[in-house]
Design a protein around this ligand. Structure first.
Ligand SMILES: N[C@@H](CCC(=O)N[C@@H](CSS)C(=O)NCC(=O)O)C(=O)O
Length: 299
């Protein structure tokens, strides 16, 4: 019999259901099967507890049901200030998210966007009006307004932890993916917040806002599929109830991105999706990070 211990703040969804002291046993045969699947799919390994977790990262995946959007809360809880950031906050759920930040004793320092969303209004502007000192972030390539305009290779620090910026255009011209740092004190496995570039078993549409199926194919293959296979993938949306995937899993099972470029292009040209209902409101609002929703005195 073997025993495994899961440590606190592990970013993997299964372990988040377990307490920091949870242990469990398994027999030899399932373990061997699990190891085989892990090596094929870049799933979680069980060889070392320290590989599974960071003692510093607090991580929460939050959901906004009307637009099926995920917002992510990350914080360095080993730092005295517990600095935190929100990735892709939504206007409708700002109060919920800020209550959580307060309850957990975190100091929100950034509200960051993966891109100019077309289906919902970002919560960034509202957050800035409610929490003085929070800085908004979006890519320079998006041509949107924010306190900090990031470029590929930039690092966004919160305490000792950081997110690295990768350009992943294709859904929109300015899409970026934020990847947790590579280094001894950074979370393992790594985590990538892919916005709409890569969805679980899917990807963002490419038919507006400077979208391009050629660019998206290149972005995913050069900037996401080159990450370690056990990198956890957290998209901005899911319409079917999935919450997380891995690079290895998407490389094997993504029905669009496992095709060659011509096959991918053919799929993307024939999606026949209707335009997002909120598009005419959301895009102008998000070009200024939702700031026009804020009372002038609070800006
Ligand atoms: N019905 C929704 C919009 C659904 C949609 O178009 N989703 C986008 C991401 S938000 S712009 C997308 O890229 N979907 C890809 C796919 O394959 O579904 C609405 O009206 O808001």
């Amino acid at each position: 019999m073997l025993r495994f211990r899961f440590l606190p703040f592990c970013p993997c969804p299964t372990s988040s259901l377990l307490s920091s002291k949870t242990t469990f046993s398994t027999s030899r045969t399932p373990l061997l099967l699990f190891r085989k699947l892990s090596s094929q799919m870049g799933s979680y390994t069980t060889s070392s507890g320290s590989q599974l977790s960071s003692s510093k990262l607090l991580f929460r995946q939050l959901f906004e049901k009307d637009s099926a959007t995920y917002t992510y809360l990350l914080a360095d809880v080993s730092h005295p200030d517990k600095p935190a950031l929100l990735v892709d906050p939504v206007d409708k759920t700002v109060d919920r998210d800020l209550s959580l930040v307060k309850e957990l004793g975190l100091k929100l320092i950034y509200a960051i966007n993966t891109h100019v969303h077309a289906d919902h209004v970002t919560g960034t502007g509202l957050i800035k009006s409610k929490v003085p000192g929070v800085k908004s972030i979006i890519s320079k390539a998006s041509n949107a307004r924010a306190d900090r305009l990031i470029e590929p290779g930039d690092k966004i620090y919160f305490g000792e932890l950081f997110l690295e910026v990768r350009a992943t255009p294709g859904h929109t011209l300015g899409c970026v993916t934020y990847v947790t740092g590579d280094g001894p004190n950074q979370p393992q496995p790594r985590m990538a917040f892919t916005g709409d570039a890569l969805l679980i078993r899917g990807c963002g549409r490419t038919d507006f806002q400077g979208g391009s199926s050629e660019n998206l194919y290149k972005s995913v293959h050069t900037q996401i599929f080159t990450l370690p296979k056990d990198t956890l993938l957290y998209p901005a949306h899911d319409y079917r109830g999935f919450t997380v995937s891995t690079v290895g899993e998407e490389m094997m099972y993504n029905p669009r991105l496992t095709r060659n470029e011509a096959g991918f292009k053919g799929i993307m040209e024939n999606l026949n999706l209707s335009y997002p209902k909120m598009m005419d409101i959301a895009v102008p609002a998000n070009m200024v990070c939702g700031l026009q929703d804020v009372e002038p005195k609070a800006i």
